[in-house]
Design a protein. Sequence first.
Length: 511
Amino acid sequence: MAGNVRIARNAIYLYARMIVNMIVGIFSVRIMLEALGVEDYGLQGVAGGVLGMFTLLIDGLGTSTSRFITYELGRGDPKRINDTFCTAMLVFIGMAATIVILGETVGLWMLTNKLNIPEGREHAAMVVFQLSVLGAAIGIPQAPYSAIMIAHEKFNVSAYLSLFSTFARLGILYYVAQSSLDHLILYQVMMFVLGIGTLLFSRIYCIRNFPEAKFRFHFDRQLFKPMLSFSAWETFGAINRTLKGTGYQMVLNIFHGVTLNAAIGIGSTVSGAVTGLAFTVTSAFKPTIVKLFASDNFDGMKESIHNATLISMVLYGIFAIPLLVELDFVMELWLTEIPELSRELCAIQLVLNTILMGYLVCAESLKSMGRNQGVNILQCCDSVLAMTAVTAILLLGINPLWACTAYHIGLFTNFGFTMWLLSRRTGKRFVLHILHRAVGRVLLAELAVFIILSMVHNLMGPSILTLIVVCALSIILFGFITLQWLLEPHHSASLKLYLRTRIPALNLSGR
């Protein structure tokens, strides 16, 4: 019971952070478009994306470090945790040096020779790129400190820090919009300073609160071998993810220029904000899954995987379905100037990301069990398949919407093979149970809610009132369906009892 309370508390912190970040982040895009303009907005994504091919490796390596530190925390050995932390720090320092070298050679060559930069904006693109390189050099060694916070489940601190960064970014955008200086350069400089400030705060917090976060020059060879293997596969997967994302932007830039990059950025911002809400479930459950695996509590681990998959899909549906129904109205309400194809690209991502929600927790659970090879090989297959399809479609001169749809084709392959890999570790019966109750039923629920909300939208017409009614109705419908049909009977009974105790006026049972 205590574990469920802790997970619920962690999820609440993460939900609050994501909801505020989503609202402010979506609002910020409008301000950012007005402050930078469509061309500079697209240019920022392209120039920063060159290094993003390398800097997003932090995510993959951070996952590796977090997993090992959390695993040792589950085993209850403080010295082993510090050994893991110090060994990881040395690895990340080496990686930071490597990333800087690659950025100043391969990345710089791609920026100056291959990308379609608007005339007169070469200097601004170079400033964006160099600040990204410097930020990577300073930020990459931060990953072990972030891993320590995740292992100790200090999601409240990370939530407060994230909220501060979000509102600070909003303030920066307002200032940039009023400044007479080059807006893109000023924005990047101020965002760099903000990033360094938040990095220093989290590092000082970890050193003061967690003894195992005190760095000493210690390299444990016995720890390094499994960490190297795990990190190598995570790096391999991260490279494929970043190549896929950055390559996608670059290929579309070559064929259609920065305007389409801006449209993709808009669509990704909206769908990414909604997807991020569901990702919080994975973040809240992940430390628990690792600790249950470390303590050989496999039944508890399976239950956590099932619950996390179900809840993440339901949460995604609650926010994605009304947004899909009201997308045209939301776009017009949100943006003064809507880049061409933004609506269509956003709708495609909202629909196809439902597949991502179906296997994301399962893939992360395999990593929690130390089995990340197959998951990251799938990333390679996904990247090759997606980029081949996108390039072929663009070379044939077909509508770019088809290329953007083909970019997501690997989601289906990943879904099937992830479930197969999980069945080898946990058994076919468990995987079939997830497919039936946590995936199949939620997809049917999402379809039913979409039909109902579309009927309400058509009846009421586009307006603020309709948007409010549709969102409220989505929460009510998904809440009812989850309670009556999606949850396991014993979980449903426990939740009803809890609600009846806390809110007697509901009188759910009628008795």
